[in-house]
Design a protein around this ligand. Sequence first.
Ligand code: NAD
Length: 308
Amino acid sequence: MVRKKVTVVGAGNVGATLAQRIAETQLADVVLVDVVEGVPQGKGLDLMEAGPVLNYNTIITGTNGYEATDGSDIIVITAGLARKPGMSRDDLLAANGNVVQQVAAETGRRSPKAVMIVVTNPMDVMAYVAMKTTGFPRERVVGMGGVLDSARFRSFIAMELGVSVENTHAFVLGGHGDTMVPLPRYSTVAGIPITELMSKETIDKLVERTRNGGAEIVALLKTGSAYYAPSAAALDMVEAVLLDKKKILPCSSYLLGEYGVKETFAGVPVKLGAGGVEQIVEVKLTASENAAFMKSVEAVRTGCAKFM
Ligand code: NAD
């Protein structure tokens, strides 16, 4: 059997934690790439040395080059700067745009059949940069944001109601930024919409906390941004592709008319399988939900325009 290969570019907090999570699942070998000499090699070796204790046989290769990434099944891009207190995701635009262009060009050329999962912020715009740079079809470039935002919303719902997170399901659409659109109508506990379980004031409070979920962690950590939940969310997407799960997940996808939006990335429910985004699932939005979604899309479009 040929082992699957996942390349994770960026051996920082999100990238290295994702490498660990993939190693522990044993679903694929991991190539961890970073520009800083020694860091991906050191973290890769450290992860290999955890294998005997945790009983995994995953091979993790740390490198500053791209040769070892050849023929990857999935490329996850986490390279770039993370937010510091007071910074919005958009503040990262120019610096990370250059990084993603360079990384996407190298990895895309070496793994022309890969599914590319973009994590670097501002993620929706970076996904656009990766798609433009590689020339990959839209099915094979997808952004991670909605899975994380939904996980945050789910956590807050479970904390509020004192129920298991396993009972919760949440829906967050739009760009992965301050204008994201959590949808309470489609968010449920054991199948019951939360609109029947909580007052509007409580829901509004949880929605606001979800929107600020990333900033809340940045303000606490002070020297970096969240990475445990982001790497878990990225793993969910990696697994959906490697196992051809056809899992419906909120992901950033390039829209070509779906939701009345053309030629920009936005977070929507997609069916994720071996082919990447195999379907974009369209749900009906109310007038106010649609207005919030469109506002969020415009914010992404403005960012993309800088790379056209
Ligand atoms: P980090 O600073 O810990 O790691 C980033 C790594 O990228 C560093 O090790 C750095 O050396 C490396 N890097 C920089 N330029 C590179 C290049 N040209 N090639 C290869 N590697 C390069 O940051 P982090 O916390 O891991 O976050 C990584 C990115 O992910 C940030 O942009 C952050 O905002 C974003 N992020 C997105 C989400 C999301 O939901 N989409 C969630 C969390 C973090």
